[in-house]
Design a protein around this ligand. Structure first.
Ligand SMILES: Nc1ncnc2c1ncn2[C@@H]1O[C@H](COP(=O)(O)OP(=O)(O)OP(=O)(O)O)[C@@H](O)[C@H]1O
Length: 283
């Protein structure tokens, strides 16, 4: 069996609620799952069930008040800024919206070189790696000198994936990475995720409200409901023969946009990019 990368045990996340003596809101109520090297774990659930919060907890962005998040055996739930930055060469993220996650004033080369500064890679080697990254995500070398606005949504998501791959991470948290794309572009980007995994052995925590997307990609699937995992196991089993009534109903669920959480995602992107020594994107 492959190496255990991430071991999430009984994690509780509580968001403070504004107002005198208001009890915090428990967004995760003791969640456990694990991810092995080279594996895709799909995380599904209706809007507000806690999927993004679990991804944020793994990235060190959510207030974890209970349980532990072990990465290769070490607890990463409460790391300081410097330790988090060091961990960025192990754990990376691809966000939902390719239109706001890339800095509009940087060329694609500059965007892809930035993460490499974590490892103090020399300029010449960095430029060579940029060309290789573009190749890996199916973009031409000529993309290096261009700006994000010159690319379509699908192409921008390829650039975001290339940026996540720059440090050769072992795990990528993918938060609804195809839901802003049209259906045919979704399929191509999902193929790219698969192909990258086969080639590099990277693992994904793949957050999506869309069971079809998760079914296509995941080895194991966790279904979230009201801050808890109600079903967890083999991807085919959970998606084709769900046991929990909620999972059965989930097939019919539609996403509900929530401006508060859109704003939170924007703030997350800004903070992570800043932590990795990058400037924020078009926010
Ligand atoms: N910063 C916050 N402060 C207070 N409550 C929050 C905060 N972020 C999320 N929540 C609440 O926590 C719960 C889980 O939110 P989360 O974003 O994790 O859900 P989700 O399953 O990812 O939903 P979606 O698919 O709509 O993004 C929701 O009830 C949400 O309103």
């Amino acid at each position: 069996m492959s190496e255990l990368l991430l071991d999430v045990k009984d994690v509780v996340v509580e968001y403070p609620i504004k107002g005198f003596r208001k009890a915090p809101f428990k967004a995760l109520k003791g969640v456990s799952l694990d991810i092995r090297a080279g594996e895709t774990v799909g995380l599904v659930g209706e809007s507000g069930s806690g999927k993004t919060t679990l991804g944020r907890a793994v990235l060190g962005l959510a207030p974890v008040t209970g349980g532990s998040i072990l990465y290769k055996g070490a607890d990463i739930a409460h790391l300081g800024r410097r330790e988090r930055r060091a961990l960025s060469s192990e754990i990376q993220v691809v966000f939902q919206d390719p239109y706001t996650s890339l800095n509009p004033s940087l060329t694609i080369e500059q965007i892809l070189v930035e993460p490499l500064t974590v490892k103090n890679i020399a300029a010449k080697e960095a430029s060579r790696r940029v060309l290789s990254l573009l190749d890996q995500v199916g973009l031409p070398q000529s993309a290096a000198d261009r700006l994000p606005r010159e690319f379509s949504g699908g192409q921008r998501q390829r650039i975001a994936i290339a940026r996540a791959l720059a440090l050769e991470p072992r795990l990528i948290v993918c938060d609804e990475p195809v839901s802003a794309l049209d259906l045919s572009t979704q399929a191509r980007v999902m193929d790219l995720f698969k192909e990258i995994q086969e080639r590099t052995g990277v693992a994904y925590l793949f957050v999506s409200h869309d069971l079809a997307v998760v079914r296509n990609l995941s080895h194991r699937v966790a279904v979230m409901y009201h801050g808890e995992i109600v079903e967890w196991g083999d991807g085919d089993q959970v998606t084709a023969r769900p046991e929990h009534p909620y999972t059965q109903r989930l097939f019919l669920a539609a996403p509900v946009p929530d401006p508060v959480r859109q704003e939170q995602r924007r703030a997350d992107r800004e903070r992570l990019l800043a932590e990795q020594g990058q400037q924020a994107g078009a926010l």
